[in-house]
Ligand binder design. Structure first.
Ligand code: PEP
Length: 251
């Protein structure tokens, strides 16, 4: 089902007391808002405490990464079934920081996507081009390749239980968002690419935009026909900013 969603990606930020303060404030401000799904993807260690605060609220919680393996000798890894123990409904896979800094290629990302789905967790699959790739005119090819790796491994039907986040690498954490038109162009490219394979899946697919979304530019991005919400990094760490973005989608 195509949904409206604002998802926060805390990355490697926060501590127990800051998290509690942030969430208490976000919970109070979003209480009663319906028709939009709210989500925070937090560092693994904080899942139990975040679960405690968010249980019985309209905000879901998830993780930022997952192992492609189910169990075994993989020191330092976290499996999808472990995420299930903390009732995570979502996990981010293929964030550009994982691809660039931790060497995750598109095949590994596809395996992580599949591992999440096998455990009943919805993957939020990040795709996006670097500045060099945009300037070289290869944006669409890069994104098609990133999507194709997942479709090849998991099948087109798997997108029924997935969310895609278009995150141009040059817009992440830089303060320089894609313009609404630039983002819409790629969102419609993604939807059309899926449409060629399966029309119903394309119509129902939720595609988030991520990259320097702020309360001040959220509405114009969310007004675009193929942008169903946002994946928010820096601004998800400040209650008033995150709530402002959530409200922009709710209107
Ligand atoms: C992100 O890391 O997914 C992201 C979109 O970051 P920011 O909003 O800070 O650009």
């Amino acid at each position: 089902m195509r949904r409206k969603m604002v998802a926060g990606n805390w990355k490697m930020n926060g501590n127990l007391s800051e998290n509690k303060q942030l969430l208490n404030s976000v919970v109070a401000s979003l209480d009663g808002l319906q028709g939009v799904e709210f989500l925070v993807c937090v560092p693994y260690l904080y899942l139990p405490s975040v679960q405690d605060v968010l249980q019985n609220t309209n905000i879901a919680w998830g993780a930022q990464n997952v192992s492609q393996y189910e169990k075994g000798p993989y020191t330092g890894e976290i499996s999808a079934s472990m995420l299930n123990d903390f009732e995570c409904r979502y996990v981010i896979v293929g964030h550009s920081e994982r691809r660039a800094l931790f060497g995750e290629d598109s095949h590994t990302v596809a395996e992580k996507y599949q591992a999440a789905q096998r455990a009943g967790i919805t993957p939020i699959l990040c795709v996006g081009e670097s500045l060099e790739q945009r300037e070289a005119g290869t944006t669409e090819q890069v994104i098609e390749d990133q999507l194709a790796a997942v479709i090849k491994l998991a099948g087109i039907e798997s997108l029924v239980n997935a969310i895609i986040a278009y995150e141009p690498v040059w817009a992440i954490g830089t303060g320089r968002s894609a313009s609404p038109e630039q983002a819409q162009d790629i969102h419609s490219f993604i939807r059309e690419g899926i449409e060629k394979r399966n029309v119903n899946i394309a119509n129902d697919l939720t595609i988030l935009y991520g990259g320097s979304v702020k309360a001040s530019n959220a509405s114009e991005l969310f007004d675009m026909p193929d942008i169903d919400g946002g994946l928010i990094g820096g601004a998800s760490l400040v209650a008033i900013d995150f709530v402002g973005i959530c409200r922009a989608l709710h209107q």
